[in-house]
Design a binder for this molecule. Structure first.
Ligand SMILES: C[S@@+](CC[C@H](N)C(=O)[O-])C[C@H]1O[C@@H](n2cnc3c(N)ncnc32)[C@H](O)[C@@H]1O
Length: 272
C-alpha cells in the first residue's frame, strides 16, 4: 500500500489529540503504524492527505469521526485464556470466596473483542457447577473501541480459537455454527447473559457506582505514559471492594507507580 506523506507537524497534531483523548502515547517510531491505520479510514472516505483528514475530524461536530479514529488507532490483540495463570488464580483463590457472596461484580476494563470477559464468564460458571443459584452476578466489560465492542456483543469467533479453551468448557459453552461452514463458533447465551458490554474511556471519570470483586485491566496501561498509568491505578483502586483484586498484564506492573494496593504475585494486586 502506497501511503501519502505525513509531515512531523501532522504527526504531532494526531499524537497530541490521541494522547489527550484516550491516553495512548505514541512515539515518533510509531509514525508509520499510525499512518497505515489512519489511511484505512481515509481510504473509505476518499481522502488522500492526512491534513485533509485532520480537518475532517475537527469539523465533525457529531464526534463520530473521532470515535472511528480511535477505533483505527487502538491495538486490540487478545485471546481466550490469555495469561492463563490469572484464570488459575481466579479459580483457586477468588471464586471459592465469591461462592459465599450473594452479589458478584467483575470488570474487564479493556475488553477488546470480548474473549477476556467470556473467559471470566465460563470459568466463573464452571466453578459454580454451571448454576449461579440465584446469585446476582454481573460482568461489566468495557473498551474505548466501538468496533471491538460490536464484535464482543456478537460473541462469534473463528474456530481455531477453540483450541485455547479447555475441552470441558468448550463443549459446555461454545457451539460451532454450521451456517459458517464450521468456520466460526458462538459463545452460549448463558455466558452472554452474564456480561454487559459498554464503551468507557479509562482516562476520564467513570460513570460507575459499583465496586468490584475483581478488575482485570490487562495489556492496556502499557500504551499510557507514567502519569496516566498512575492516575488509572489510583482511580481503579477506588472501584475495588476491600479484599478484591486487580489484575494487570504480564508485561505490566505497578512497580514505580504510586499506589495503595498490596502485591500478591506477579501482575496480581489486592486492595486491603
Ligand atoms: C491489547 S487490548 C487488551 C485486551 C485484553 N484486556 C487482553 O489483555 O487480552 C487493549 C485494549 O485497550 C483498549 N483501550 C485503549 N485505550 C483505552 C482507553 N483509554 N479506555 C478504554 N479502553 C482503551 C483498546 O481499544 C484495546 O481493545
Amino acid at each position: 500500500m502506497l501511503l501519502p506523506q505525513m509531515d512531523d507537524s501532522e504527526f504531532e497534531d494526531f499524537r497530541k489529540l490521541i494522547h489527550e483523548s484516550v491516553g495512548i502515547s505514541l512515539s515518533l517510531q510509531k509514525k508509520q503504524l499510525l499512518m497505515t491505520r489512519l489511511y484505512r479510514r481515509m481510504y473509505q472516505l476518499g481522502i488522500n492527505s492526512y491534513g485533509e483528514y485532520w480537518a475532517h475530524v475537527l469539523n465533525d461536530e457529531t464526534g463520530s469521526e473521532m470515535v472511528l479514529l480511535l477505533n483505527a488507532v487502538s491495538t486490540n490483540k487478545t485471546d481466550f485464556f490469555r495469561e492463563s495463570d490469572h484464570f488459575t488464580f481466579l479459580k483457586n483463590e477468588v471464586y471459592p470466596h465469591l461462592q459465599k457472596q450473594q452479589t458478584i461484580r467483575i470488570w474487564s476494563c479493556a475488553c477488546s473483542s470480548g474473549e477476556e470477559a467470556y473467559t471470566i464468564a465460563m470459568t466463573l460458571l464452571n466453578a459454580f457447577g454451571g448454576v449461579l443459584g440465584g446469585r446476582d452476578a454481573k460482568i461489566l466489560a468495557t473498551d474505548i473501541s466501538t468496533r471491538m465492542l460490536d464484535q464482543a456483543e456478537l460473541g462469534r469467533y473463528p474456530v481455531n480459537q477453540l483450541q485455547l479453551i479447555p475441552e470441558v468448557l468448550r463443549n459446555r459453552y461454545c457451539k460451532i455454527l454450521p451456517e459458517t461452514n464450521g468456520e466460526m463458533f458462538q459463545v452460549s447465551s448463558q455466558l452472554k447473559a452474564l456480561i454487559r458490554f459498554r464503551r468507557l474511556n479509562l482516562i476520564q471519570e467513570y460513570p460507575l457506582r459499583t465496586q468490584f470483586d475483581c478488575i482485570l485491566c490487562r495489556n492496556v496501561m502499557i500504551y499510557f505514559d507514567r502519569g496516566d498509568q498512575e492516575k488509572l491505578i489510583e482511580r481503579l483502586s477506588g472501584y475495588i471492594k476491600p479484599g478484591g483484586y486487580l489484575f494487570v498484564g504480564h508485561s505490566e506492573s505497578l512497580i514505580g507507580l504510586q499506589n495503595s494496593l498490596k502485591y500478591v504475585q506477579s501482575s496480581i494486586y489486592q486492595r486491603i
